[in-house]
Ligand binder design. Structure first.
Ligand code: FES
Length: 98
């Protein structure tokens, strides 16, 4: 795993993705965290990584509130629940690594 991809972090934080508990690096955007758990697929998805394409939209629940978020902009927080993801992101998460 290329550590330069990620913002510096000292610990992993728990989040849920589609009901599944995972540990991801603190201080990182949701998209980086999804890349962390699925490096071989998300890395090759159609993502601009800078807020332009909107291919990374997710629906999250955090602090009791539900909202849509741009995963390459919004940072993951402990306890955050990612309830649904864009079609592009879903395809990346479900893709088999080559
Ligand atoms: S990856 Fe393009 S807007 Fe997030």
């Amino acid at each position: 795993m290329n550590p330069d991809l990620f913002e510096p972090y000292e610990r992993l934080i728990p989040i849920k993705v589609d009901g599944r508990s995972v540990e991801v690096p603190e201080n990182n955007t949701i998209l980086r965290c999804l890349q962390f758990i699925s490096m071989d697929t998300v890395s090759y998805g159609e993502f601009c990584w800078n807020g332009d394409c909107l291919n990374c939209r997710v629906r999250v629940k955090s602090d009791g509130k539900e909202k849509e978020a741009i995963a390459c902009i919004v940072k993951a927080r402990p306890g955050m629940e990612i309830e649904s993801v864009s079609t592009e992101l879903l395809q990346s998460l479900q893709a088999k690594p080559e």
